[in-house]
Design a protein around this ligand. Structure first.
Ligand code: PLP
Length: 376
């Protein structure tokens, strides 16, 4: 199979898998144990923490390991909202958030919080639209950095700086799942308080995530148990996955610039190929990352094309992987028609993809355009 679904999940790097295996059969101590094997395990735990902290340019104590970005986001959003409840109840977010954020926000709305969901303007997010919604009762802003369906980049630096200037009590959470190790987030320059990331999007195994939490940030805990992970995520740490996450972070971060150049070459080639095909519409604008490209193939429903491509040996996604065949509405939210969203395909790259693979994928899409029956 040619795999073009890296925004859904990625292949685990051999070095990350090796680090994981070593923690299972050699350094398998509990990081909380006082003996030598416990200390060895704690060293691995903290060296992974440091490798992740390096990407955020933060202190290693500011990284909390979780089981996935969804858990990080639950800890961050619910924790921030309930800890700030006495000072206000307004929360600002966007209309294009991943379910991890959107469902936390819906839960808070059902529990008395006032939610302001900002729509894009002409397919783009402007910091001003978010800043204008801030009042003195605003306690939290939660925005994503890069959208998982069309690759749209949101101006988190401007949002965070302007928001803190307007009301310094506001906590800012960023869903950095699709930008981590791809676009730097320097927390020395960008005044965010919380950020969610996920291992399986950057070649670590599934089931490991982390939360960046700025030192001094107070959020209410909602899990109870041992004192691990700053009391916010109790339970013995998943050391094999944490070790892999650390190594995958190191390798991806070291190769970040090179990878981006590779993705730009792939994206340009793909755009050149679809330029001459008026039946393929591009849903990812200039403000989008080069590694997530969303297109609509006129008249052919996503699922039909997806399965056609699957038979020819290609994995792509229809919209967001988390929503399966259910459409998320993100493309409609950025201004496209329902029909266009119904026919959307997401192509997302890894370092293993090549120009030749893109040619083969486009040949297969064109074959699908000729043979599949149009729904519209
Ligand atoms: N946020 C975004 C933007 C995502 O793309 C995803 C996964 O698809 C998540 C959050 C959830 O990540 P996880 O699978 O680690 O819970």
């Amino acid at each position: 199979m040619y795999y073009f679904d890296n925004a859904s999940t990625t292949k685990v790097l051999k070095q990350a898998a090796d680090a994981s295996l070593k923690c299972m059969i050699e350094t398998y101590g509990n990081p909380s144990s006082l003996h030598k094997m416990g200390v060895e395990a704690e060293d691995i735990l903290n060296s992974s923490r440091k490798l992740i902290a390096n990407v955020f340019n933060c202190k290693y104590e500011e990284i909390i390991f979780t089981s996935c970005a969804t858990e990080s986001t639950n800890i961050a959003i619910l924790g921030a909202a309930y800890s700030k409840k006495r000072t206000g109840n307004r929360i600002i977010t966007t209309t294009i958030e991943h379910a991890a954020t959107a469902q936390c926000i819906n839960h808070l709305e059902n529990n008395g919080f006032e939610i302001i969901r900002i729509h894009p303007t002409n397919g783009k997010y402007y910091a001003k639209d978010i800043i204008d919604a801030i009042d003195d009762k605003t306690i939290l802003i939660s925005v994503m950095h890069v959208n998982n369906e069309n690759g749209l980049i949101l101006p988190i630096e401007e949002i965070a700086k302007e928001a803190k200037r307007k009301n310094s009590n506001i906590l800012i959470h960023v869903d950095a799942v699709q930008s981590f190790c791809k676009i730097p987030i320097n927390t020395n320059k960008i005044p965010i308080d919380l950020a969610s990331i996920s291992g399986h999007k950057i070649n670590a195994p599934k089931g490991i995530g982390a939360l960046y939490m700025r030192k001094g940030t107070k959020i209410q805990r909602h899990s109870f148990g041992g004192p691990q992970e700053n009391n916010l995520r109790p339970g013995t740490e998943a050391l094999p996955s944490i070790a892999a996450f650390g190594i995958a972070t190191k390798i991806n971060f070291e190769n970040m610039n090179e990878s981006i150049e590779h993705y730009k070459i792939l994206k340009n080639h793909l755009l050149e190929r679809i330029e001459n095909n008026p039946e393929i519409l591009l849903n990812s604008s200039d403000n989008c990352v080069p590694y997530i490209i969303n297109i609509s193939i006129k008249g052919i429903r996503s699922e039909i094309m997806l399965h056609f491509l699957e038979e020819k040996g290609f994995c792509v996604s229809s919209g967001s992987a988390c929503s399966k065949s259910k459409k998320s509405g993100v493309l409609q939210s950025v201004g496209y028609s329902k029909q266009r969203e119904d026919c959307a395909i997401r192509i997302s790259f890894s370092r293993e993809n090549t120009i030749n693979q893109i040619d083969l994928l486009l040949d297969a899409i064109e074959a699908g355009q000729k043979s599949l029956i149009k729904a519209y």
